[in-house]
Design a protein around this ligand. Structure first.
Ligand SMILES: [Fe+2]
Ligand SMILES: [Fe+2]
Length: 217
């Protein structure tokens, strides 16, 4: 049977041997890469660059270029918003109310996309560019009006397909070096694909007998 003194000695020895082991483990972990930097160094570094907001030194992309690319996407969304608004009022004027509803829904989606992109630009320390003077120049989709329902839908389908191509390229450019922007653009891309599919469906519906056309659902 062990005396209390022997037990105490054993416990003390154990705690002494555990300490270096813990240090070894920590050293091993820290040696593996920047993800495991020690907390004090990390805090100092983060405090020093606090003015950069959400952008920390671990940000792995070319920030300036990402902001520029996002400003092009913002212009694309704003042009899409204006085009769908125009198409909404044009379609309402032609008494195509159910199709007009589809246009206004898309306009709301594009406004939401524009807001989310602008927010991300700001998080990255950039300035969202809402200047109307250079909007069309920066946009990757066209602003086109129309005088027939077919023209309106065709223009929207064309613009959506252009947005899909552009956003797919943006995703390729982002790779895995900015996961937050990547998730945002993936989300928006999925919505543009839905929009293109809606326009394609409406275009096919135009081939149907006249009494069935207004059904946009
Ligand atoms: Fe959009
Ligand atoms: Fe869209």
């Amino acid at each position: 049977m062990q005396t209390a003194a022997v037990m105490k000695t054993k416990i003390r020895e154990k705690s002494h041997t555990e300490q270096p082991m813990q240090e070894d483990l920590e050293q091993h972990r820290y040696a593996r890469g920047p993800f495991l930097s020690d907390v004090r160094t990390l805090k100092e570094r983060v405090r020093k660059d606090m003015a950069q907001g959400a952008v920390t030194p671990t940000y792995a992309h070319d920030r300036e270029t990402v902001i520029k690319v996002l400003n092009h996407a913002l212009a694309t969304e704003l042009v899409c918003l204006l085009r769908y608004k125009n198409h909404y009022f044009t379609a309402s004027g032609m008494q195509w109310h159910s199709i007009a509803e589809e246009f206004i829904e898309h306009a709301e989606d594009e406004e939401d996309h524009a807001d989310r992109i602008a927010e991300r630009i700001q998080q990255l320390g950039g300035k969202p560019d809402f200047n109307p003077a250079s909007l069309l120049e920066r946009s990757h989709s066209e602003y086109a009006e129309g005088t027939t329902m077919r023209q309106l839908i065709e223009e929207d389908l064309l613009a959506e397909r252009m947005a899909i191509e552009t956003y797919t390229e943006i995703l390729r450019f982002l790779e895995d070096r900015d996961p937050t922007t990547r998730r945002l653009m993936e989300d928006i891309l999925a919505k543009e694909e839905e929009h293109a599919s809606d326009m394609s469906r409406l275009l096919k519906a135009l081939e149907q007998p006249a009494e069935r056309i207004p059904s946009a659902a």
